[in-house]
Design a binder for this molecule. Structure first.
Ligand code: SF4
Ligand code: SF4
Length: 173
């Protein structure tokens, strides 16, 4: 709670389950947000930080707008990712690997590079799925919906300075 900007209101959770019932990624999560908050209350730190739940959160904010207690659920998911990285408990998690590759690309190119992202992720975590994905990839490439090589944004140095400053601020917390 202390690591979440503003007032997370986590202590107000009444375990109603609205968040889990609203979540579009719920089927992929090993714990619903409600269950994760119960684990936090039970002080099961390792189980919480190893959970794939924050990594499957797509930041749609649906849970947050529906929560009757106005718990800042999405913000808490970011905090949990942050804590999992610091505790080095995220590497076992393929969703975390995807987020890591995405972040690297944004830092280096200023934008996502879908072809590289999908290829690296599937090679690392699901190599046998690649032949099945080839028709989809070829279709996207042939229609110009995906690039074969990464493209850098203009004024990338400005974005990199912003990201470096954000990291400094984060480390100071
Ligand atoms: S919707 Fe809000 S109150 Fe209900 S379980 Fe989720 S966080 Fe708790
Ligand atoms: S913000 Fe995250 S946890 Fe909440 S409903 Fe969306 S995907 Fe699920």
């Amino acid at each position: 709670m202390a690591a979440t900007p503003g007032d997370s209101r986590l202590e107000m959770c009444i375990q109603c389950g609205t968040c889990g019932g609203s979540c579009p990624s719920g089927a992929d999560m090993d714990h619903t947000p409600r269950a994760l908050f119960a684990l936090i209350r039970a002080d099961l730190r390792r189980e919480v930080l190893r959970s794939n739940t924050p990594w499957y959160c797509v930041s749609c904010y649906y849970c947050t707008v529906r929560c009757p207690q106005e718990v800042h659920i999405t913000d808490l998911m970011y905090t949990l990712k942050n804590l999992a990285i610091r505790a080095k408990l995220y590497e076992e998690n393929p969703a975390a690997g995807l987020a890591e590759t995405f972040t690297d690309q944004v830092e280096n190119f200023g934008r996502s590079f879908e072809f590289g992202l999908a290829t690296r992720h599937n090679l690392r975590h699901r190599p046998f799925s690649l032949p099945g994905l080839a028709p989809l990839g070829l279709g996207l490439l042939s229609k110009g919906r995906m690039d074969l090589t990464p493209r850098r944004i203009q004024n990338l140095d400005q974005l990199q300075r912003i990201l470096a400053r954000a990291k400094q601020l984060e480390e100071a917390v």
